[in-house]
Design a protein around this ligand. Sequence first.
Ligand SMILES: Cc1ncc(COP(=O)(O)O)c(C=O)c1O
Length: 418
Amino acid sequence: MKRPILSPTLAANEKVIALRATGRKVYHMGFGQAPFPVHPRLHKALCDNAHQQQYLGVAGLPELCEAVLSHQAALTGLNPDDYDVIVGPGSKLILYALQMAIPGDIMLPVPSWVSYAPQAGLLGQHVIDVPTVSVDNTLQLTAENLEKAWHKAKGNGLNPTKLLINFPGNPTGISITDSDLQAITEFCRSQAITLISDEIYGRLSFDGQYRSASTHFPEGAVVTTGLSKHLSLGGWRLGVGIVPKAIDGLHQSLIQIASETWSCVSTPVQFAAIEAYALHTDVEEFIDNSRQIHKIVNTHIADSLRCMGFDCPTPTGAFYTWPDLANKPNAAPARFKNSQQLADHLLDDYGIVSLPGDAFGEQPSNLRLRLSGCDYDGALALSTLKTYGADKLLANIDEFAPSVSGALQQFEKFSQHR
Ligand SMILES: Cc1ncc(COP(=O)(O)O)c(C=O)c1O
């Protein structure tokens, strides 16, 4: 299959920049960029370290690696002595390095984030789909489906050695239940499967609970995370991998890959990131406030789409919704053969930028879209929350998030079109 040159999320963003440059009004729901400003403490730390020009060690600044482990220990109770850390230029490259370092084929839930399968493709590895199941209007990966997919892959002569999961999930905006996580990790343990747990949205679970695969599978789950989502610092490009020492040689392989590719992450950013992991009260409060705003905005998007008659699971974390636009009785969607056609139509006729479900491995004929609910003025949202409180935030959405309410009005028009 011919692979697109740009990852779909980045392609959507570039399209929006080009359209806006021509003066076209667009509602950007295609890109998962958290909107809040740089926290002043982190801003200062970066400025204070701008003079640091030296390369750092390949694994990462030792003080930062220690801070990452203490932070993770405080959140999940893991024992820092059992893990090594690697710091990378975003968790995306660590995920790629992990796929490269762990031989064999990868099992991926359907749907899952746009870059996992293309990364496997770049490495010439097979992707084994694991269907999710709909439970109470949420999509869940279950141990039962995992086991079935694993047996089928074995039967087809593949070598399923690794599973990559992500929760709260992009594209679904849904987290995993503790019991599913427990059962999945038990299966991984029983078959010596390495679990890669992408926890980049872990601190944005709407119930405020950070769940980690490492709690259930301390010796076999590699956790990736970073600063991009809960601290809105995607452009700082700092991600981390937390690697169990029990997985023989994996940390060393990652260091080898890093040493031949990115060498080390920007030195000022690594120094500043220590502050991001120190659990300072003001930074924690900023994360809590951001989480509340994501919850209110994205729950509102899901509720509104359901009111229009579409099927849309209520998100439980991150900043995405995953509506199925085929579900509205009498509506136009019958005209669309696949989710790409639907996404093109929404852009051409309504100015809504979305990502088609098939970019996430969904059957093209399913008219699912991934919507990002984060194109708004984050500073204004934070000050609105402070002034009016969470209960009144939604009443002010037109002021701080006109593009979100504008997009919903466009969806309303689309839903009325026969
Ligand atoms: C599910 C998921 N994993 C990983 C990443 C990569 O994040 P970063 O490379 O900025 O750490 C993203 C970014 O959109 C994501 O949505």
